[in-house]
Write a protein that binds this ligand. Structure first.
Ligand code: NAD
Ligand code: UDP
Length: 336
């Protein structure tokens, strides 16, 4: 298949391009490089030993989107492009609604015009809010706690409405839990600008000596060691989940409509378990101190992955030891 990957130069997108190319698919990346470096393209090509078509454009630019659909016979779209920093969305809600919602709307309109109705959308487990039941199933109540989460929920709603209006659409809403780690080559990974907000990049910078100490947000939660529990999923497993999803959509005899799938491991790990796993992988100490809970944090979140296993035939295989080892290798990669 020839796949248009929006946001394909970013963290999850770049790993997905590598796995798509490895499976023999062709890839056209559209990215405005607002959160990625141009050199990622060469790095993807180096790992995959294949060429990647790249268009530097914004998903809100309908003319650019139309040109891509006119130039290439696209079989499906994987839509990663968007802004993703949860606390930034609280201070800049309009930027988030514009990029994530208006941008998605422009993309879906141009897909419809071009007759391309197969889509994989990057959703997020944050739309489960503070789920009452864990492991979380796809039919759990949806609610967003931040503008970022709401932008994802709005796009999911848009796609559910679209699917109801036209049964020719095949859409998978992939709700990622906590992506972490990097490609084992050390060539691609997550590059947060400034001080990281997410746990693993923060820990990696502490182990590396760039940051002095990890602030553990809360040590008195109702969890085995008092710290928050999340479902950390290796980014390569996540990338493989996208390939499996596309293949599932493509082989369906009739368009399967709009379906949501959790992409996680089904296991939860605490902050302190992640600290210990990273210390082991890196051989370096990760000093930490317990501080106050972070506003808006939930206690425990991990996925029920039964649906993805059953319908997509996909299951995460990599554990936290490998995630930490790969993140540590990436931490040492020279970045220009
Ligand atoms: P990322 O920032 O590394 O990648 C996003 C890419 O999209 C970047 O390369 C950026 O330059 C590009 N982009 C942003 N706005 C654009 C626009 N308007 N037009 C064109 N390109 C644009 O983020 P990521 O971690 O790879 O996340 C990918 C997707 O997965 C996002 O939609 C994110 O919300 C979602 N997601 C991420 C996580 C996570 O923890 N990383 C969790 C759940 C969901
Ligand atoms: N966390 C922490 N210190 C940090 C960053 C995160 O203790 O500097 C904790 C956070 O409270 C949560 C877990 O690590 O329990 C994962 O946080 P992250 O922001 O990576 O993901 P999210 O909360 O969005 O699931």
């Amino acid at each position: 298949m020839k796949i248009l990957v929006t946001g394909g130069m970013g963290y999850i997108g770049s790993h997905t391009c590598v796995e798509l190319l490895a499976q023999g698919h062709e890839v056209v990346v559209l990215d405005n490089l607002s959160n990625a470096k141009p050199s990622v393209r060469q790095r993807i090509e180096r790992i995959a030993e294949r060429a990647v078509e790249f268009v530097q454009a914004d998903i809100r630019d309908r003319a650019a989107l139309r040109a891509v659909f006119a130039q290439h016979r696209i079989d499906a779209v994987i839509h990663f492009a968007g802004l993703k920093v949860v606390n930034e969305s609280v201070s800049q809600p309009l930027a988030y609604y514009d990029n994530n919602v208006t941008g998605s709307l422009a993309l879906f309109e141009c897909m419809a015009e071009a007759g391309v109705k197969r889509l994989v959308f990057s959703s997020s487990a944050s739309i489960y809010g503070d789920a009452e039941v864990v492991p979380v199933r796809e039919d759990a109540p949806l609610s967003a706690l931040t503008p970022y989460g709401r932008s994802k929920l709005m796009v999911e709603d848009m796609l559910r409405d679209l699917g109801r209006s036209d049964p020719a659409w095949s859409v998978a809403l992939l709700r990622y839990f906590n992506p972490a780690g990097a490609h084992e080559s050390g060539l691609i990974g997550e590059e947060p600008g400034g001080v990281p907000n997410n746990l693993l990049p923060y820990i990696a910078q502490v182990a590396h000596g760039q940051l002095a100490c990890l602030n553990v947000y809360g040590g008195d939660y109702a969890t085995p060691d008092g710290t928050g529990v999340r479902d950390y999923i290796h980014v390569v497993d996540l990338a493989l989940g996208h390939v499996a999803t596309l293949e599932h959509l493509a082989k369906a005899a009739t368009p399967p409509g709009v379906r949501a799938y959790n992409l996680g491991t089904g296991r939860g790990n605490s902050v302190l378990e992640m600290v210990r796993a990273f210390e082991q992988a890196s051989g370096r100490p990760v000093p930490y101190r317990i501080v106050a809970r972070r506003d808006g944090d939930i206690v425990t979140s991990y996925a029920d992955t039964t649906l993805a296993e059953r319908e997509l035939g996909w299951k995460a295989e990599r554990g936290i030891a490998q995630m930490c080892a790969d993140a540590w290798r990436w931490q040492h990669t020279p970045k220009e």
